[in-house]
Design a protein around this ligand. Structure first.
Ligand code: ATP
Ligand code: MG
Ligand code: MG
Ligand code: MG
Length: 470
């Protein structure tokens, strides 16, 4: 049976609610009181204070569907079937309450009884030293040994510096040979799209000391994470996350605006998928009050938005188009994320202003960059002068990644350290210029022109990010 993405989210949360979990809304993408993280990247991240015991949870069992951003996966986006920079993570959590037996039993029950996934298609991995988990999968759930794989620390041990950590167990679905690769050893853990990791159950049972010792916790925790889009791929029997009902609606809109057809040309497809993915990140980030800037979260937003805009150009789209896509994101996701409708006008405004600003300079910037590329090639070099990359950034609003991306398409590079040095120097100059003129206020930005009632709630973030140098 095929289920829609919105339906699957509800089924999961209902299921864990029936197992006495408190259902909570997604937290903001902006971490709260957590300087270690730029953007929320897992269901567990906003709940960290409950795991460390810093704060008391409202319930010992919770379940959420959390908005996540992983810019670390940006290179995968559009290339693998399973990675987005934005995705939703379903999770059930135990704060010193239930442990492995229940976590495994419920995961299995959800897959095999609620969703009725055939058992033959399911594989699980356990940490190589976690005999206990293997035993539960095999003896309690009757998973045959040839469907249980032991894996090393890299994949199956969750640890982040000192603090709570522990082994994990992942659930994979075999999508069949047609998704496999040429590797004769292709099996669970292979990077191809055949055995897709869907759900990660983390058993936080140790406290890692700064000296690297693992001390067993008196009350171990459970932290699980399942990608909603990936689950939908499996349940809808489609090829990639870009074919899932809600995301497909967005992809179709991209194709409509660009007057192109999906699955006709691999190069075009990458741009279509990239825009589809990035606009989701951009919409959700904006709805959480992040504004485009040259630093921190604001830079991530700017980079994704400008990258999407540029790929729109590659597809031949003329004029502004992002707002039309935002509309589809809001339409398909607003039920689960009411902040999207609440801030609709504001989201359009921020994204349109940024798109317009980039449009003003992109053509000029691109022709300048093309000129640079000619020069470098004629000189027989492989590297563009970092100062020039900096000029593109400073004058034409080209994020470094964009310049690097365009350069890499023609086999060229930039010295990133030199680029950073140029940026630091410019910051330094700007600072002394400000001090000289005794300029007290932050630099005025284009976003100051937003209607007050729309922007006022977001001043906190602007403040947090420091100046927004538009
Ligand atoms: P992968 O190995 O496929 O990159 P991961 O091990 O990095 O995944 P986890 O950190 O274990 O992922 O996150 C839990 C779940 O979140 C994954 O099992 C997967 O279903 C989902 N997930 C992780 N990264 C992404 C992404 N970039 N896009 C969509 N879903 C994701
Ligand atoms: Mg990953
Ligand atoms: Mg993995
Ligand atoms: Mg994982």
């Amino acid at each position: 049976k095929s289920y829609g993405l919105n339906e699957l989210r509800k089924m999961y949360l209902d299921f864990f609610e029936s197992k006495d979990h408190l259902r909570a809304n997604s937290f903001s993408l902006v971490p709260h009181n957590d300087k270690s993280l730029l953007l929320i990247n897992s269901g567990m991240a906003p709940l960290k204070p409950y795991f460390t015991g810093q704060e008391t949870p409202p319930s010992k069992r919770m379940t959420t569907c959390q908005k996540c951003i992983r810019t670390g996966d940006i290179e995968n986006v559009g290339k693998t079937a399973r990675h987005g920079t934005f995705f939703e993570m379903l999770g059930n959590f135990s704060f010193g309450d239930y442990f492995k037996e229940e976590a495994i039993a419920w995961a299995w029950e959800f897959f095999t009884q609620v969703l009725e996934v055939p058992k033959e298609l399911l594989y699980v991995s356990v940490y190589e030293e976690d005999d206990e988990a293997e035993k539960i999968w095999h003896e309690q759930e009757k998973v045959p040994m040839n469907h249980i794989v032991r894996m090393g620390k890299k994949d199956n041990f969750w640890e982040h510096g000192a603090g709570p950590c522990g082994p994990c167990s992942e659930i994979y679905i075999d999508r069949g040979e047609q998704y496999g690769c040429d590797d004769p050893n292709c099996a669970v853990g292979c990077e191809c799209d055949r055995y897709v990791e869907i759900w990660n159950l983390v058993f936080t049972q140790f406290e890692a000391t700064p000296e690297g010792e693992y001390i067993p916790l008196d009350f171990p925790n459970i932290d699980t994470g399942m990608g909603l889009e990936r689950l939908a791929v499996m349940m809808q029997g489609v090829e990639s996350i870009f074919d899932v009902d809600t995301i497909r609606a967005l992809r179709d809109e991209v194709c409509k605006i660009a007057k192109v057809t999906y699955k006709k040309d691999p190069k075009t497809d990458i741009s279509i998928r990239l825009i589809t993915d990035h606009i989701r990140s951009v919409t959700f980030m904006t709805s959480d009050g992040i504004l485009p800037s040259n630093e921190g979260r604001g830079y991530v937003l700017r980079r994704l938005l400008r990258r999407a805009a540029r790929h729109g150009k590659l597809l031949g789209i003329e004029g502004a188009f992002l707002a039309k896509l935002v509309e589809v994101v809001i339409e398909t996701s607003k039920e689960a994320y009411p902040e999207l409708s609440d801030k609709e006008a504001y989201i359009y405004k921020v994204i349109s202003i940024e798109e317009e600003r980039f449009a003003e300079t992109i053509d000029h910037g691109l022709s300048i960059l093309n000129g640079y590329i000619e020069e470098v090639k004629e000189a027989g070099l492989t590297e563009l002068d970092a100062e020039k990359a900096f000029t593109l950034y400073d004058t034409y609003g080209f994020p470094l990644d964009l310049t690097l991306e365009i350069l890499s398409e023609v086999g060229l590079n930039v010295d990133e350290n030199k680029f950073k040095a140029a940026m630091d120097e410019q910051r330094h100059r700007a600072r002394s210029a400000r001090e000289e003129s005794n300029y007290m206020g932050a630099k005025e930005t284009v976003y100051d022109q937003l209607p007050v009632e729309l922007s006022s709630t977001f001043i906190g973030y602007e403040h947090l990010e420091g100046k927004s140098t538009v």
